[in-house]
Design a binder for this molecule. Sequence first.
Ligand code: SF4
Ligand code: SF4
Length: 235
Amino acid sequence: MRIDDKKCIACEACVPVCTMAAITLDDVAAIDQSECVECGVCFRSGVCPVDAFERAEADWPRSLRSVFSDPTLSHSQTNVPGRGTEEMKTNDVTGVFRPGMVGIGLEFGRPGIGTRFRDVDLVAQAMAREGAQFRPENPVTFLMTDTSTGKLREDILDEKVLSAIIEFTIPIDRMKSVLATLREVSPKVDTVFSVECINVIEPDGSVPMDRILDELSIAHYPNGKTNLGLGRRPT
Ligand code: SF4
Ligand code: SF4
């Protein structure tokens, strides 16, 4: 994103709108290009009274910033907007996560802090060593040079985005080790990330992974979010 400094009248209206606090005001407004994640909020909001924002076409690898940060754009590989796949929320229909397996989503960055792919890379490699089977349709998986190591392309590591999600599947008996490894690497991660887990409930309504989370004293809220799949599960 760019600001035409010949148009800017320094009204300050755009400063609080920026999702990354990347706009500063001196004589005119300016954008810290290292921090800007190309989310387009300043442009789309129409907050500027003189239309000073210009959306410039970005070359690779900076072009990654907008597809991960601007929900109005789609990833060229998946043709899906957003940061991850939808299966985490629609397993009743897709049946991607089978009994005995746990699906894990690691969600990096939030407005105000974002994430660089260097942090995503660090955790993805740690998860690969735990035997993670990365979801092939996930946009971060497309950026791996080798899904058996979780290594991301070297040329993207300094790119910053609003948020990115790693998605993978593991056997439920690996869950304890995976969570322990996440705790171990988290102090080295220079942003916030959250952990989402999904597994198929037993016929009696119990949740298999609850026992593991209880053993690790991890607070969890099984009724926190429920997405009902309104369709027929494939046979
Ligand atoms: S594109 Fe997003 S991050 Fe960049 S200046 Fe505009 S609001 Fe801020
Ligand atoms: S809203 Fe437009 S005119 Fe006002 S400070 Fe921002 S860029 Fe300048």
